[in-house]
Design a protein around this ligand. Structure first.
Ligand code: BES
Ligand code: MN
Ligand code: ZN
Length: 493
């Protein structure tokens, strides 16, 4: 899809559909005949400005566009960039048809113009996304959007930068969604490593893949224990983004993403129902790759290293058993009481490795626990941290990009739940506070570096269609990681 910025008058905009935001408490103003139609649809109650509602007028007199659409935006005072992103996505989705190839939309205040332009473009690109690459119906092609133009009449040409940023971020988020949607038979750990390799070759990133032998040499016993039940070899993916001019003594970010390409649970096998969803157990890794793609294009002045432990969790003949004890890269030993708590095992070694590579500030993204869904449902991702200032930066980045994140505790009291007489740590606790004990386990491997863990098990996959998004992968985390790197700390402390 092409995107463009148009600073000219609305009436001159060429499009199949011109979208005007309409509020519950404020009607769009137009100095042309469609103004009467706008009054009528409002007065008749046909269109109230309710969020995601749409009213369409064909052949609007006095406009160049072929159709005029009013898009419901709710209350004006509650309207921000996040709302604009969702409204745009929903409008693009409901207008899909073979007669809709070129869409133009007015980027409406209250958000500041640059934020509004970026949010509208992101909404359009995200809303046009379909996880249908394995559908063979060629008709689908006919209703693909060809262009999206943001209208900012009389605006500053510098808004082009916001347009470009929005395009890069949303395309990178869709890249992550494509990876997360890939089924387990297609996206094995080697295939994920291959994808990272291609990504690095296309954009200016360095890529290194550690194979099983190298990980054995290094002593990544926790990661290797998970991998040993599968016929598919594991891969530890390392991608490096290096800016042309880094701030001296500045931070070096480490983005770690869980890359379980399929999670059967291993010997502690999962029930059949919904097991198909475990294809997205690499959504954290996918989000990290998506963020690296965006950073390679946006080039912020901060070095970022991505580390994605990629494994398949299978109950094969060599699989690890409940009760097995493994030695992590950090030297700490872990008793594997439940082979389905595999994410924290591979992340433990990845977090230690990130520190060895010199990362000063860590973030990990993982579809880690079903318990985070019990705690927060499918609306918020859960954030955990050992460092208040770093968490605050992370939460600010999430808020600025419209990704919903809520903090939960990980203090030492929760170590009461992680006790075993046989090793330094068990990999699971009792039922209580499952998302927190998982995070508390990770903290053992992230300390002493500032670290945030984001549990996206409830937010990385949408279980049913929403007006602004189809069932499937959401790409959650990409926008926050990018915003975090763009606002990176100037010093290493
Ligand atoms: N990948 C799952 C977590 C998950 C659950 C992701 C639902 C997405 C949707 C993780 O590896 C897992 O199996 N966690 C266990 C931990 C338990 C054994 C302590 C869980 O949540 O049941
Ligand atoms: Mn599991
Ligand atoms: Zn898992």
């Amino acid at each position: 899809m092409q995107v463009a910025l148009n600073l000219g008058p609305i009436a001159e905009a060429e499009a199949d559909v011109l979208i005007l935001p309409g509020f519950e408490d404020a009607r769009p103003e137009l100095d042309r005949p469609p103004a009467t139609w706008i009054q009528q649809v409002y007065d008749s109650g046909e269109f109230t400005g309710e969020r995601y509602a749409l009213a369409v007028l064909h052949q609007p007199a006095g406009l160049r566009a072929r159709r005029l659409a009013l898009a419901g935006c709710g209350k004006r005072a509650e309207f921000d960039a996040a709302q604009l992103r969702l409204v745009t996505a929903a409008a693009v989705r409901s207008l899909r048809s073979k007669a809709t190839k070129r869409v133009a939309m007015l980027a409406e205040a209250p958000p500041p113009p640059a934020d509004a332009v970026a949010a509208a473009v992101e909404g359009a690109i995200l809303g046009a996304y379909e996880p249908d690459r394995y559908k063979t119906d060629p008709k689908k092609e006919e209703s693909r959007l060809e262009s999206f133009t943001v209208l900012a009449p009389g605006g500053d040409p510098a808004l082009e930068r916001a347009l470009e940023r929005g395009r890069i971020v949303a395309e990178s988020q869709n890249y992550a969604r494509d990876l997360a949607a890939e089924p387990g038979n297609r996206l094995t750990p080697s295939a994920l490593a291959e994808a990272a390799h291609r990504l690095a070759a296309e954009h200016e990133l360095a890529c290194e893949i550690l194979d099983r032998d190298r990980m054995t040499q290094l002593g990544m016993g926790a990661l290797l224990g998970v991998a040993q039940g599968s016929a598919e070899p594991p891969a530890l993916i390392v991608l490096r983004y290096r800016p042309s001019s880094a701030i001296r003594r500045g931070a070096h970010l480490g983005f770690v993403g869980k890359g379980v390409t399929f999670d059967t649970g291993g010997i502690s096998i999962k029930p059949a129902e919904k097991m198909d969803q475990m294809r997205y157990d690499m959504a954290g890794g996918a989000a990290v790759l998506g963020a690296m793609r965006a950073l390679a294009l946006l080039r912020p002045p901060v070095p970022v290293t991505a580390i994605i432990p990629a494994v398949e969790n299978m109950p094969g003949p060599r699989a690890q058993r409940p009760g097995d004890i493994v030695r992590t890269l950090s030297g700490k030993t872990v008793e594997v009481l439940n082979t389905d708590a595999e994410g924290r095992l591979i992340l433990a070694d990845a977090l230690t490795y990130a520190q060895r590579l010199g990362c000063t500030h860590l973030v990990d993204l993982a579809t880690l626990t079903g318990a985070i869904v019990v705690a927060l449902g499918h609306h918020y991702a859960g954030a955990f941290s050992n460092h208040q200032a770093w968490l605050d930066r992370f939460l600010a980045a999430a808020r600025a990009t419209g990704e919903k994140v809520w903090p939960l505790p990980v203090d030492d009291d929760y170590m009461d739940y992680l006790k075993t007489p046989f090793a330094d740590l068990p990999n699971v606790g009792p039922r209580a506070a499952g998302a927190i004990t998982a995070a508390r386990f990770l903290k053992e491997f992230a300390d002493p570096r500032p670290w945030v863990h984001l549990d996206i098990a409830g937010t990385a996959w949408l279980e049913e269609d929403k007006p602004f998004m189809p069932k499937g992968p959401t790409g959650v985390g990409v926008r926050t990681l990018v915003a975090l790197a763009l606002a990176a700390p100037a010093s290493a402390d």
